[in-house]
Unconditional design. Structure first.
Lengths: 115, 113
């Protein structure tokens, strides 16, 4: 079974530029998550989708971050414009269901460096 | 406000000995806890979990203990192996039934041969 795919794996941009990350979850998984992991910290949930609807985006900085999940499958996360403090690993995860105790499977992440 | 805390950034143990990783939480409403393991350049992978109705859950070399009164959980790895060297994250299922996970900062475990 293929895992969660993410691209690109690495990205370096200058502040105020825009960047987009792509995630392809495990086939059949209804729920998709985007996490931000800053160096030395644990992953922090940015947004959670069930199919193509948003379940939780309470910690998404909506003035610069946006995410969409078209057709309830792939998802993109965009930052526009980027700030230095956005340097982090962006992890995508998916799970079969939306309820608790539905195991989340993580992709390898995209490491973003903002200069 | 850090609701899940792992106060030890790193731990080094000898192969064959026990590794004990600790985690504290502040919200008494948390009722399900998980440990994830992360190798460099990979995403976290699920290791073991425990519900608040239990105080212990065991899976092979891995055992998680939960002390609800102290709001503390620990992961025991016995015996430790060099392949266990990784970052370990404690997480709590923190938001009703949405499956939202709140992670600790992680502990880097090094198992020396």
């Amino acid at each position: 079974e293929a895992g969660v795919a993410q691209s690109p794996r690495y990205k370096i941009i200058e502040k105020r530029q825009s960047v987009a990350f792509w995630c392809n979850p495990i086939s059949g998984h209804a729920t998709l998550y985007w996490y931000q992991q800053i160096l030395g910290q644990g992953p922090k949930l940015l947004i959670q989708f069930q199919n193509n609807g948003v379940v939780d985006d309470s910690q998404l900085p909506k003035d610069r971050f946006s995410a969409e999940r078209l057709k309830g499958v792939d998802s993109t996360l965009k930052i526009q414009p980027a700030k230095l403090e956005d340097s982090a690993v962006y992890l995508c995860a998916s799970s079969l269901g939306v309820l608790k105790r539905s195991e989340q499977f993580f992709g390898p992440g995209t490491r973003l460096t903002v200069l | 406000d850090q609701q899940v805390k792992q106060n030890s950034p790193s731990l080094s143990v000898q192969e064959g000995r026990i590794s004990i990783l600790n985690c504290d939480y502040t919200n008494s409403m948390f009722d399900y806890f998980l440990w994830y393991k992360k190798y460099p350049a990979e995403g976290p992978t699920f290791l073991i979990s425990i519900s608040s109705i239990k105080d212990k859950n065991e899976d092979g070399r891995f055992t998680v203990f939960l002390n609800k009164s102290a709001k503390h959980l620990s992961l025991h790895i016995v015996p430790s192996q060099p392949g266990d060297s990784a970052v370990y994250f404690c997480a709590a299922d923190g938001s009703g039934n949405t499956g939202k996970l709140i992670f600790g900062q992680g502990t880097t475990l090094q198992v020396k041969p």
